[in-house]
Design a protein. Structure first.
Length: 379
């Protein structure tokens, strides 16, 4: 075959492969997407790597190597093999992500009592997908490197001393391997999930991202705290949503003893019944302690659906109790009592046994009329 026809055949093969990929993309994004919504996502996510794979695969199969320059056959064939490996890994990775995105999105929308199980499944799926992506990339890089004869020779020597190399790599990568195992332990041990409310290192927030090496906690003021995964397996932390998102909230007030507890309790119950955040599970108002200076500590407890609702409900209840006491029972507001010392005697005589200095001081103190007392007699 002449060089002209050889290049024509190559161009035709590339064009046919591109047309086939475009036809499949249109079919997935059109008719099949109506029955199978994930098909449209697959078509969008996999279009670019599919075209690249079609081009490099057709080039590798129809390339007229005999018409290339001297020495160019090996260079072009080697480059195409590496390109096919890279395009295949890219396409497979995009297919995995496109197929797992719809169930992950559905799990994110699950609420109510099934929310805890949905968040656990979503965390495990995300970690498994990341592990699969890392393994696929490592295999693709290894396959590309082993296309070089020199690397194959080095690889044979490394395999011969795999025991020693494994020990060295294990010691050097101990933190990374520890974080990897810790991430798997968290995901499959159900100790931590995405969107869990946690208190770690004194900071309150939600788990925004959980990877094989770190955990991102979004704090209440939109700051992000990044912890190594091993922190949650080695350090104690609070998980407010491990079994359920429902929480108890409490409000404490210090008021005077004269506050009518029964009336205040009825007011609190009536307020909670009309509040949209109270879930109706439990409530109480109790006197938990007697404080100095004639004060008593009251604690109101209430329940809500999650931590955010609990915080808002606590603030609203605190404001209601303060307003109610101030409006209906202002005498019950906190007051601090002190005992005034007795007034000293105003006579010029000092008490028996009093020092002479005290007598002189009493003598020099002005009297009620503004005049100083006279000298003390008998001193």
């Amino acid at each position: 075959m002449s060089a002209f026809w050889a290049w024509i055949v190559l161009a035709t093969a590339v064009a046919v492969c591109v047309v086939v990929v475009e036809a499949v993309r249109r079919l997935l994004a059109g008719r099949l997407s109506a029955r199978w919504p994930a098909a449209g996502n697959v078509a969008r996510r996999c279009a670019a790597p599919a075209f690249v794979f079609a081009v490099v695969a057709s080039l590798g199969g129809a390339m007229p190597y005999e018409h290339l320059w001297d020495g160019g056959q090996q260079v072009v064939a080697h480059a195409l093999r590496i390109a096919v490996i890279g395009a295949t890994a890219w396409l497979v990775l995009r297919i995995i992500y496109a197929l797992t995105d719809p169930p992950l999105d559905r799990l994110m929308e699950v609420g109510g009592d099934r929310n805890r199980r949905a968040r656990r499944t979503r965390t495990q799926m995300l970690l498994l997908r990341r592990i699969g992506a890392v393994v696929l990339i490592v295999l693709a890089v290894g396959a590309a490197l082993f296309t070089f004869p020199a690397v194959r020779a080095i690889g044979a020597g490394v395999l011969a001393s795999a025991g020693l190399a494994g020990v060295v790599v294990g010691i050097a990568a101990k933190p990374a391997v520890g974080n990897l195992l810790a991430g798997l332990q968290l995901a499959f041990g159900d100790a931590l999930r995405l969107d869990d409310v946690v208190v770690a290192d004194g900071q309150w927030g939600r788990v925004e991202e959980l990877t094989l090496s770190y955990v991102v906690v979004r704090l209440w003021d939109d700051r992000r705290m990044i912890f190594p995964v091993s922190y949650f397996t080695e350090q104690p932390f609070e998980n407010w949503t491990r079994h359920s998102t429902r929480l108890y909230g409490s409000v404490e007030l210090a008021v005077d003893w004269s506050v009518p507890l029964d009336e205040l309790r009825e007011s609190l119950h009536a307020y909670l019944r009309g509040h949209r955040l109270w879930d109706g599970r439990d409530w109480a108002l109790q006197a938990t302690d007697v404080l100095p200076n004639g004060l008593v500590k009251l604690r109101a407890i209430m329940t809500a659906a999650d931590s955010s609702a609990t915080w808002d409900l606590r603030c609203d209840v605190r404001e209601h109790l303060i307003s109610y006491v101030r409006t209906h029972h202002p005498d019950a507001l906190p007051r601090f009592r002190t005992d005034a010392p007795d007034a000293p005697p105003q006579t010029g005589q000092s008490e028996p046994g009093a020092p002479a200095e005290s007598a002189r001081a009493d003598a020099s103190r002005p009297s009620e009329g503004g005049r100083a007392n006279g000298p003390v007699r008998g001193a």
